[in-house]
Design a binder for this molecule. Structure first.
Ligand code: SF4
Length: 292
């Protein structure tokens, strides 16, 4: 198999087989992220893709799922994606679910009929590292798009019938904009119909711009309690019907397959944790994190 480190795959999707069709991230400039630092973006050569599919087909000829790597494979044009998905189906004829992470901006150059065709070829679920619905915060962390882009591109996915995940990155507005980040994100996410909303708390990794800014005082990060309060404000104002998944540093379980049904329980848990949670233990756990 032809993989370039780092290999990140969504742990909620089947983690095998994996197929790398791009390397790195086209953007590579989000101020909190160092995952692909030093890894240039490139399209995987078609011969590598075919060799890998042959290998997968020998081991799991009846594979029904596959996860495409790396950061944003949909950066490829429609014309380049179609032959790859056709090849996936040729080598793995039982294929039903092709999963991939990607950026909001990667949807821009694809029409709804093209997205619909990609779905017919198996592309069923996409994870979008949206991070915020607040324009100030999106600019602050250099995501490279705005709230209006999120709404426009996710609506195209809905029109094409492709399920998608949206992530809320708790903490990236810092102390100065935590309320705007939470409220505007909840507003944008609630206008859409994501299959999953995922949240994770900001960890400042030493090789990121945001870490340096926290060191020199130009970014004022939230502490664990502040992160919980921001997450609570986001949840209180969020309205959607799908799955809700959180990665945070406390031991409480906020995950649910039905956010509408369990929203009150989640709010109660968060309030209790803000009041009585072991914030030192949470900080210690965050300090041990090595990746997003
Ligand atoms: S967060 Fe995603 S889009 Fe931003 S640099 Fe990292 S991999 Fe690329």
């Amino acid at each position: 198999m032809h993989f370039t480190e780092p290999v990140y795959r969504n742990p909620y999707w089947p983690t095998y087989p994996l197929l790398q069709i791009t390397q790195g991230c086209t953007h590579n400039r989000c101020r909190f992220c160092s995952m692909y630092k030093g890894v240039g973006f490139r399209l995987q050569p078609m011969e590598y893709i075919e060799e890998d599919l042959k290998e997968i087909a020998e081991i799991v000829p009846d594979a029904r799922t596959i996860q495409l790597l790396s950061a944003n494979p949909l950066a490829m044009t429609y014309d380049k994606l179609v032959p790859i998905l056709e090849m996936v189906n040729r080598y793995l004829p039982d294929m039903e679910y092709v999963y991939t992470a990607t950026r909001v901006t990667d949807i821009c150059n694809k029409t709804v009929p093209q997205l619909r065709h990609l779905k017919e070829l198996g592309l069923r679920e996409i994870s979008l590292g949206v991070e915020s619905g607040d324009d100030w915060t999106l600019n602050r962390v250099n995501k490279g798009y705005h709230a209006s882009d999120i709404i426009e591109q996710c609506t195209k996915l809905e029109d094409a019938g492709i399920d998608y995940w949206m992530t809320f990155l708790n903490g990236i507005g810092g102390r100065s904009h935590w309320k705007e980040h939470a409220l505007h994100s909840a507003e944008v996410f609630s206008r859409l119909n994501p299959y999953v909303v995922g949240t994770g708390g900001l960890t400042l990794f030493p090789d990121t711009d945001l870490f340096s800014e926290a060191q020199d005082g130009t970014f004022d990060p939230l502490d664990e309690k502040g992160l919980m309060e921001e997450l609570l404000l986001f949840v209180e104002n969020l309205d959607f019907k799908g799955r809700f998944i959180t990665h945070h540093t406390s031991s409480m379980d906020l995950n649910t397959g039905n956010f509408g049904r369990d929203k009150d329980r989640i709010i109660r848990s968060l309030r209790k944790e803000i009041e009585h949670g072991d914030l030192d233990a949470m900080s210690a756990m965050r300090a041990r994190k090595r990746g997003l």
